[in-house]
Design a protein around this ligand. Sequence first.
Ligand code: HEM
Ligand SMILES: *[C@@H]1O[C@H](CO)[C@@H](O)[C@H](O)[C@H]1NC(C)=O
Length: 333
Amino acid sequence: MTCRVVKIPFTFFFLLVTLVPLVHMFPFGTNQLDINFYDRSCPNLAMIVRYGVWSAVRDDKRMAASLLRLHFHDCIVNGCDASVLLDDTPYFTGEKNALPNHNSLRGFEVIDDIKEHVERMCPATVSCADILALAAREAIRMVGGPSWDVALGRRDAITTSKEAAEQQLPSPIEPLQNITAKFYSKGLELRDVVALSGGHTIGFAQCFTFKGRLFDFQGSGRPDPVLDSSLLTTLQSMCPNEDTSNTNLAPLDASSTFMFDNEYYRNLIYNTGLLQSDQVLARDRRTAAMVYYYSNNRFAFYDDFSQSMERLSNVGVLTGMEGEIRGKCGYVN
Ligand code: HEM
Ligand SMILES: *[C@@H]1O[C@H](CO)[C@@H](O)[C@H](O)[C@H]1NC(C)=O
């Protein structure tokens, strides 16, 4: 009898001191992301990322757009695992140099700087994939957009592939059907395609990504008949029909280039969308109603964009003991 009285509290105490820290270190079974994941191990993480993004966007307003796109391109190719950040090595050619990314993706040094700061405060704890997901959210908040919860605990990939990026990234000149197929294969839906395309309310595109619309639309020898004629004239002078203009930049949303608002959808209604893949959303019967709705309702767009970002940033994540926590975002350990 006396023996039992002593034994129960002891067993309980034993379980408490051994299992609680173990479960905390290895979240076995629960391979799920958690917004409180770094609460104890890196309590200042959100502030460090916020500061890093804030100072980068202060110096270069376009950086908000570039960070959002970096996170999208990470997630849509083999999941949100920071594979997009890996530099090429003698053993593999990475996503960075895949056609849609090369000389196009920006913001790598912003993520590297934040990672360095995070490593000083919480060494070997926070993944580059989580930093990227947080940075995208901070960037959008900073340019007037909505906020959303970023669940954490992603792990970093130890490999990457240029071919995967070239197959999986959407192209601005492929049909909507093909673009939606790419989103579906990641567990995303048509409404995600429409809401996330609203990311093009900020940032820039190089002339070669839409030049076909200006001079020779789908082999017709003429401009895209849908494109608003005054925007056509403007774009033809920004992007003359010669290769030297290929890398000139045009704003994706000419009416409020640095503001995260719903102007993107209003542009589509007025046939002033920049990319062919943008403009088609207002004309396809499957998506036109959503475009119209967002064009009239900024807050509905904000709500849906936030929800779609939460879904996007959960695509194909590595958790638990998968992958690693990289020391530097550009290299596997
Ligand atoms: C739906 C299929 C999509 C296609 C075909 C597409 C295509 C493109 C292209 C061609 C550019 C210009 C790149 C360059 O000229 O260097 C661009 C820029 C951009 N994209 Fe997309 N995109 C898509 C979806 C998305 C999504 C889902 C997001 C984010 C939620 C996004 C965010 C951005 C941003 C912010 C920029 C500007 C980047 C900067 O200025 O640095 N895009 N996109
Ligand atoms: C669209 O997808 C189909 C089927 O996968 C493919 O045959 C076609 O080449 C794609 N079109 C473009 C322009 O990429």
